[in-house]
Design a protein around this ligand. Structure first.
Ligand code: PBG
Length: 334
């Protein structure tokens, strides 16, 4: 007599595969979903460009002109994204990053352009860091020995926050990993009646090889690395410590960056805090998949969905990703 599997001694009675049998069953029991409203699109805008310029190491991502940035922001509204994160590329740089404070500086005018375009329909965020604006490419100003001077940099960050707030930004995003940066920015904003401007803190930001393509994206001048201020990738608990400190200083959201090699940190931070947690799916993570897909070595679209879902599963409420617009299409057709 032939026995059906499962009805004979020695066969399993508990069969998790039952819930995987059809697409409808799988959908019914899916634990994690990605929503367009949870996605933030990082965008680059370059002073003096009249047409968007391709970034070779990030196929599909461009340096925008002011006009093309506005159009892209309007498309982000149409797609239902949660927000955009703006990076500005000035035509000239100096030792102290003056372009970051100038109300006519590229990032500040771009904020005003985008806010004029999207109003309250999209959360407009801006990178608050000096590295795009300094000729040495560091995130802060240097002392005579070449050390990044924490406290002098904090003063400049406070002024930069005011310039971005005056331009109309919703959330400033300090990414320079200076000690005390969130508190300094919060005090500067509050002293000038910008208590309504929030802070998305890059709290646990690691000195990472996965920022490689971003250097091309922002025409970076950096030589060397940022290991005296960004975190050592050996350290997980320290990421939680940084997030807790930022919350004490007034951060409204905290971020872990990069995302994929740090999903353990995303998960630990999520467990330790009650504010929303963001994760940044960075340039190198994007470039690896795009390059492999261009070679036919990986199936691009499922890879994107798997990556974004994994970042959510680890505990991120918000994901910054260069795939934000693509992901909306993929989620619609999934
Ligand atoms: C610093 C900043 C960096 C990124 C975002 N903000 C570069 C760095 O810290 O070296 C990297 C983003 C990416 O790789 O996608 N302003």
């Amino acid at each position: 007599m032939t026995q059906q599997p499962g009805s004979a001694p020695g066969f399993p009675t508990v069969r998790p595969r039952r819930l995987r049998r059809t697409p409808a069953l799988r959908r019914l029991v899916a634990e994690t979903a990605v929503q367009p409203s949870q996605l933030v699109l990082p965008m680059f805008v370059a002073e003096g460009l009249t047409e968007p310029r391709a970034i070779s190491s990030m196929p599909g991502v461009v340096q925008h002109s002011r006009d093309s940035l506005r159009r892209a922001a309007a498309e982000a509204v149409e797609a239902g994204l949660g927000g955009v994160m703006l990076f500005g590329l000035p035509a000239t740089k100096d030792a102290v990053g003056s372009g970051a404070l100038d109300p006519q500086g590229i990032l500040n005018v771009a904020i005003t352009d985008v806010v004029a375009e999207v109003g309250d329909q999209l959360t407009v965020m801006s990178d608050l860091c000096l590295d795009e604006f300094t000729d040495h490419g560091h995130c802060g100003v240097l002392d005579p020995d070449g050390w990044v001077d924490n406290d002098r940099t904090l003063e400049i960050y406070g002024q930069m926050a005011l310039a971005q707030a005056a331009a109309g930004v919703d959330l400033v995003a300090p990414s320079g990993m200076m000690d005390g940066q969130v508190g300094a920015i919060r005090r500067a904003l509050d002293a000038e009646e910008h208590a309504g401007v929030g802070i998305l803190a890059y709290s646990a930001k690691y000195a990472s090889a996965f920022f490689g393509p971003f250097r091309e994206a922002v025409n970076s001048s950096l030589e060397g690395d940022r290991r005296t201020y960004q975190q050592d990738f050996s350290n997980g608990r320290e990421g939680v410590r940084e997030a807790l400190l930022d919350i004490e200083e007034g951060a409204d959201l905290v971020m872990v960056k990069p995302a994929l090699s740090y999903l353990d940190v995303v998960s630990a931070v999520r467990a330790a805090v009650t504010v929303p947690v963001a994760a940044y799916n960075v340039s190198g993570e994007y470039a690896m998949v795009e390059a492999a897909a261009a070679n036919g070595w990986i199936d691009r679209e499922p890879a994107i969905l798997e990556i974004l879902t994994s970042i959510r599963r680890a505990g991120a409420d918000v994901i910054l990703t260069y795939w934000a617009m693509d992901a909306v299409d993929l989620l619609r057709s999934a």
